[in-house]
Design a protein around this ligand. Sequence first.
Ligand SMILES: [Zn+2]
Length: 275
Amino acid sequence: MQYLPFPVTAEDDEAEVKKLAKKPEWEPHEAAWLATYRAYLEKSGSPFEVLPHNFGPGVGDRQYSLYDTRKGSGELRRMRRKEGLKSCPVCGSPVTGDLDHYLPRTNYPEFSIMRANLVPACTHCNSGVKRATVHGGEPRRFIHPYFDDWAGQEVWYVDVLPPFKAARFVPLGVPDLRAPRDEIVEFHLENVLGMQFQLSMATEWSSLPMQIKLRDTELSVASVTAQIHQELDVASASKGLNSWHAALYRGIQRNTDAIQYLRNEAIVAILPPGA
Ligand SMILES: [Zn+2]
């Protein structure tokens, strides 16, 4: 859930197809293949408007495999190890290091090595539930980090639901998203956040009272609220506006019952020796 600068120019992407087309096995497909690339850019990768192209028997399988032979080197390796990413651009987890096909290569093998279709992501995103899912009922689709510039703003938060001792963490779009972004975000959250997200939220939540106690000698509602604000600022700056932790603190910030609970727990928490 980030807006990322385009990784390459359209010419760079097309150059790869043109290079392949120098070989006899790809030469007959060059024109149609380049046409699919242009359609992708024109339609911003929308799964509702970009239709898979049938290149003939066996060609899709070979296009699909191109990614496997290339992902470990050159441009794709550089994209996977992209520096300066604060969190996974797809799900917001603190992990990076893999690449995700925005339009899955199972359905769209023609875009298997198109860099406009390849998004830096965490391994969870690349191997998770998302793989089998292309879109929901229109307009429900995934956020595209290269085309959805609005994803550079806050798009979600985590609603913390009682009982707070065993809280539940529900990801929600921020209320002021206008249509169709509200449905796009809802679909995205439903399909990229799994068990790892829930575990991470539970760990962070349960450690918060002690963190608060260590940093706040006053332990008033106002001082705890101020600490949550500060944690949100730190998470936004270090992990990104739409990272898991920023979304959690954004959710706590708007939840006075949760803040009251954290304050009460911090008051009764027993500091470890030497703290
Ligand atoms: Zn991810």
